[in-house]
Design a protein around this ligand. Structure first.
Ligand SMILES: [Zn+2]
Length: 376
């Protein structure tokens, strides 16, 4: 039956302590294990409402004995960021103490894990999965962290590392629903994207940093390639970052629909008993993350967008205008160099030189899109 766990983080200052909450459904230790979390970027809040709706449905399913595996739901994955109010604004993407982006720099396990299991892999896929999960857990257990943000990341990674499925719910500034996945899992997650109505599914084998989803999904592919003579599933953990539209897209009926899509998808994978309705046709095919045209402001000014998220644009289309308040006649139309769906953009307002104002999902890799593909 459902139960709720409270995980304390270390006290950063006298008289202060934060904690995570994990709602667990199904039988502890049962497979498949699913990990769902929201608001790791603490100012990206639509996922909190989606998980509220999903939790209600999971609780009913659990009461009816219909959960075959174990489902863990973390309604807010970043209590540190949730407390970062500055000048009346919630600032939840970066730790204000200088510890960086909350969804970067999770522990990279590929090389140490390959080393840890190299002499112990067998010809049995199930044994290898169990070995890899246990070795990964051991590596994370040995890791020490003192800084509160580092402890938070390590705690999330430790609890999710043995999951069969992990979904991390985020959102962009203004956006249509889109997903980030590793390429080898794009087909397995195709149904999920279709059920959620995703307008873009962006794939990268290595985004250039270690966000939460990739710290869980990437090691499996690496191990399968490092030991091709051993049976190792490259989707030992199916993981995705789901961008639930824009920051202000917090709407009860939309969240209920998103929660329904997640519930149906989990049901279609046999984690919840019953027959899920068929998935609708997908709205998009996966496209490479290094094919995304990240349009930047060439100078500071007032960004006035002209294309709504979710709309398809052609090469050379104007996406919006950069107004230079001091110089009449020097306004600049910002255009895209690819054809595809504009899946995210900056809110209208003041931008600085180099700020990313729009992202378009192009179908082909762009030569200058290398290194850190997610940006910071
Ligand atoms: Zn985010």
């Amino acid at each position: 039956m459902a139960h709720t766990e409270r995980i304390a983080l270390p006290s950063p200052t006298p008289g202060t302590e934060r904690h995570l909450v994990v709602h667990r459904f199904g039988a502890p230790g049962a497979r498949p294990k699913v990990w769902l979390q929201a608001a790791l970027h603490a100012d990206e809040l639509p996922g909190i409402l989606v998980l509220r709706h999903l939790t209600e449905r999971l609780a009913r399913a659990d009461r009816d004995g219909r959960i075959a595996g174990e489902i863990a739901v973390v309604p807010f994955a970043n209590p540190i960021g949730l407390a970062q109010h500055v000048g009346g604004y919630l600032v939840g993407r970066y730790a204000l103490d200088g510890a960086g982006n909350f969804n970067r720099a999770f522990l990279e396990l590929r090389a140490p894990l390959a080393d840890a299991v190299k002499d112990r892999l067998t010809g049995d896929a199930n044994d290898n999965v169990a070995l890899i999960r246990s070795a990964a857990a051991h590596l994370l257990e040995r890791r020490r962290a003192l800084d509160e943000s580092e402890v938070l990341k390590l705690t999330l990674q430790r609890h999710a590392i043995d999951a069969d499925i992990a979904l991390d719910l985020h959102c962009d500034d203004q956006a249509a629903l889109h997903l980030y996945v590793v390429p080898q899992q794009a087909s397995a997650l195709h149904d999920l994207a279709a059920r959620l109505g995703a307008t873009a599914v962006l794939t990268a084998a290595d985004s250039g940093d270690v966000p939460f989803d990739e710290c869980l999904s990437r090691p499996w592919r690496h191990l399968a390639e490092a030991y091709p003579d051993k049976p190792i599933p490259s989707d030992g953990c199916l993981a995705a970052t789901i961008e639930l539209r824009g920051k202000t897209d917090i709407d009860d009926s939309t969240a209920a629909r998103d929660a329904g899509a997640l519930f149906d998808w989990l049901q279609s994978r046999g984690i919840i008993a019953g027959t899920a309705p068929p998935a609708p046709a997908a709205l998009c095919e996966p496209t490479p993350l290094d094919g995304v045209d990240v349009v930047k402001a060439p100078h500071g000014g007032l960004w006035v967008p002209a294309v709504a998220p979710g709309h398809r644009v052609a090469v050379g289309d104007t996406l919006g205008t950069l107004i230079s308040p001091a110089h009449q006649g020097s306004d600049v139309a910002l255009r895209t160099r690819v054809a595809g769906v504009l899946f995210a953009r900056s809110s209208p307002g003041l931008v600085r030189p180099g700020d990313r104002v729009a992202k378009i999902a192009g179908a082909e890799p762009l030569p200058d899109r290398t290194g850190n593909l997610l940006g910071d």
